[in-house]
Structure formats: structure tokens, C-alpha cells
Design a protein around this ligand. Structure first.
Ligand SMILES: [Zn+2]
Length: 200
């Protein structure tokens, strides 16, 4: 499980939280806001599509992203005078949002904030239709949990687990061979990580 042809395919990558078994929720989100407040994007999938407004300085557009075909449509982004330039600018603004997909445990009582996220969506032009783009196949980036002041990240491609301190962002993460969240279960996983951070 590291690559999916479509957004819809990735949305079914994992059914439920490995710890509390709650069905995972699915959204389009981004990191930008996380650095300085709330994420700008937090869009749920509705009727197999994400619908939202993109707004970045002078660039404004309605966005429709179809999960089954990875088709991305920008609408109302140009007054018609310089449509090619406006299309270029809106695509650039979308890239700068760096949106990615996330499957996450919505159960607040679960307490581990389990999520699986993808790399930012890569968008390209396939047909010369104004405002129309396609999203490349979806690449999984990592699954993660957080508890106490630790963020524990399983990096997909490298087969490693990294433990970050959320109170000391300067500190280098602890890197170890991948921990299997599902096989370990909540208690063993938490104990193991507490021991690792204590003795590292
Ligand atoms: Zn959960």
C-alpha cells in the first residue's frame, strides 16, 4: 500500500483506526495553516468530490476535484481577458496550498490522533481544456499518531519510524526500524515509545 491510481482508491486504503476500530474519516487538507494556526483546507469528500474555494491574494477560483477520475476543474478564475495567464496563476496557487489527502480517526476519545497522509497532490495538464487538470497517482507518505508531547511517524517509503518531540521542534527525531502500529496495539506501542524516548 504505497500508491493509488485515484483519490477514491486511497480513500479506502484503510477502513478503521487500528486502536479504537472507528471508521476513518477522509479529507483534503494542507500543512500551511498548521504552521501558523488552523489549516486553510479541511474539506470532506461529498458525493465523490471535493468542492471548495481557492483564494490567494488576487487569485480566486471555485475548485472541483473528482475522486473517481482525479479530474481537477477550476471555475470562475478569469474575467476572460487573459485566460491562459489566469489559468497559470490559479494552478500555481493550488500548488502553493500543497493540498494532500488524509485518512484520520475522528474519535476524540481514542486519543492517539491516528492518521494516514499522502504526499502533496501533483497536478498536470493532460487536455487543452481551459481550467482542467489531472492529479497524478496518489503516493502515501506516512501514518502517524501523537500522545504526550510526541509525534510518532511511520514513513512509508523508508520503512522507518520517527519520533518527534512536539515541545522541542529543534530536536532531531529518534529514528528506528518501522513499528507496526496495528500489530502492537495501543498499550504496547505507547510503552515502547516511552522507553525509547527515556533512554535515547
Ligand atoms: Zn482511533
Amino acid at each position: 500500500m504505497d500508491k493509488f491510481e485515484t483519490i477514491a482508491g486511497f480513500s479506502k486504503a484503510k477502513e478503521s483506526c487500528p486502536f479504537c476500530k472507528t471508521p476513518l474519516s477522509f479529507q483534503l487538507t494542507n500543512y500551511i495553516g498548521a504552521l501558523g494556526g488552523l489549516p486553510i483546507l479541511k474539506e470532506p469528500l461529498q458525493n465523490d468530490r471535493f468542492l471548495f474555494k481557492l483564494e490567494k491574494q488576487a487569485v480566486k477560483s471555485d475548485v472541483c476535484l473528482l475522486a473517481g477520475s482525479n479530474t481537477l476543474m477550476f471555475d470562475n478564475f478569469t474575467n476572460g481577458e487573459l485566460p491562459n495567464i489566469d489559468e497559470h496563476l490559479v494552478k500555481k496557487a493550488f500548488d502553493e496550498y500543497s493540498p494532500y489527502l488524509e485518512l484520520y480517526c475522528p474519535n476524540e476519545k481514542c486519543d492517539l490522533g491516528y492518521s494516514i497522509c499522502t504526499h502533496p497532490l501533483a497536478v498536470r495538464k493532460k487536455h487543452p481544456v481551459m481550467g482542467m487538470f489531472y492529479v497524478d497517482p496518489i503516493k502515501v507518505f506516512a501514518e502517524s499518531i501523537h500522545f504526550d508531547s510526541y509525534v510518532v511517524v511511520n514513513c512509508w517509503e523508508k520503512d522507518t519510524t520517527k519520533i518527534y518531540s512536539s515541545t522541542n521542534e529543534e530536536a532531531k527525531p529518534i529514528v528506528l526500524p518501522a513499528l507496526d502500529f496495528t500489530a502492537m496495539g495501543k498499550e504496547r506501542l505507547i510503552n515502547r515509545i516511552r522507553i525509547l524516548v527515556t533512554f535515547s
